[in-house]
Design a protein around this ligand. Structure first.
Ligand SMILES: Nc1ncnc2c1ncn2[C@@H]1O[C@H](COP(=O)(O)OP(=O)(O)OP(=O)(O)O)[C@@H](O)[C@H]1O
Ligand SMILES: [Mg+2]
Length: 249
């Protein structure tokens, strides 16, 4: 059974159909890149999948369950997490505290009957392990707002993973980073996917950025899927090239 299935999703803003009959499917264990030019509807699609917006039409199934109308927090609870295109760390809190907030929120939602002291100690250990995994062990005490941009992006990824998702939706995780930082961040996503068995759907508008990361690419244009397939086939797809490069048919 597919992990995530979306069928016929539509979302209008006034006269504009930002998402206009979108069909996507994500299998457990794969890393899918959702790419497309500015304004294609990628962020809107992620907002629909994660429950930050409700679709006008269509259905979303997660592990076979119809989640189309479930609120975002209920989706997180079922194992569907996301990060945002715009930075969402708490700048005044340290890197460790940012993770602690997310970890303790999960524990509270799960209503674990742990004694507070024990819960606190376990959350600390988990936060430190996650910081190490993110390559942020040396920054535990640094306020998130003072971290380098690339490190803030890593921390956001950690916050999304703190809910222990099965599927993690990332909206341009490497935006604003230089090419070296981008490569490092995507390598981190690859490692996390393998090490933790998390399935990723990663939004990007630069196809080259996700080329080495994704096993499958879904190309959006004008609110719907223009093409999908393995990266090499997508790169050679004539319609995709026209969309990106404005090449003549
Ligand atoms: N809340 C909103 N109200 C009105 N229009 C919106 C809203 N959100 C998005 N849009 C419009 O919907 C279209 C799709 O936007 P969306 O942000 O989903 O695109 P995107 O593919 O994520 O683009 P980018 O690559 O720039 O992030 C755009 O034309 C955008 O202006
Ligand atoms: Mg976007």
């Amino acid at each position: 059974m597919a992990l995530l299935v979306a069928r016929g999703l539509r979302k209008r803003f006034g006269d504009l159909a930002a998402v206009d009959g979108l069909d996507v499917q994500v299998e457990e264990g794969e890393c899918v890149a959702l790419i497309g030019p500015n304004g294609a509807g990628k962020t809107t699609a992620l907002n629909l999948l994660s429950g930050y917006l409700l679709p006008d039409e269509g259905h979303i199934f997660f592990r076979g369950e119809d989640i189309t109308r479930l609120p975002a927090h209920a989706r997180v609870h079922r194992g569907l997490a996301r990060s945002f295109q715009v930075m969402t760390v708490f700048p005044e809190l340290t890197a460790r505290e940012n993770l602690l907030v997310a970890i303790l929120a999960r524990e509270k939602a799960a209503r674990h009957a742990l004694r507070p002291v024990r819960a606190w100690r376990q959350a600390h250990e988990e936060a430190d392990a996650l910081l190490a995994e993110l390559g942020l062990a040396g920054c535990a005490e640094v306020p998130a707002g003072s971290l380098a941009h690339g490190d803030q992006r890593r921390l956001e990824l950690g916050i999304a993973l703190s809910s222990r998702p099965r599927l993690c939706l990332l909206d341009e995780p490497s935006s604003g980073l230089n090419p070296l930082e981008r490569a490092g961040l995507l390598e981190l996503v690859r490692r996390l996917a393998e090490g933790r068995g998390v399935t990723f759907l990663v939004v990007e508008h630069d196809m080259d950025v996700v080329f080495g990361l994704a096993q499958r690419m879904v190309v959006m244009n004008r609110g719907r899927v223009l093409a999908e397939g393995p990266p090499e086939a997508i790169r050679q797809n004539r319609e995709v090239r026209e969309t990106y490069l404005g090449e003549e048919a």
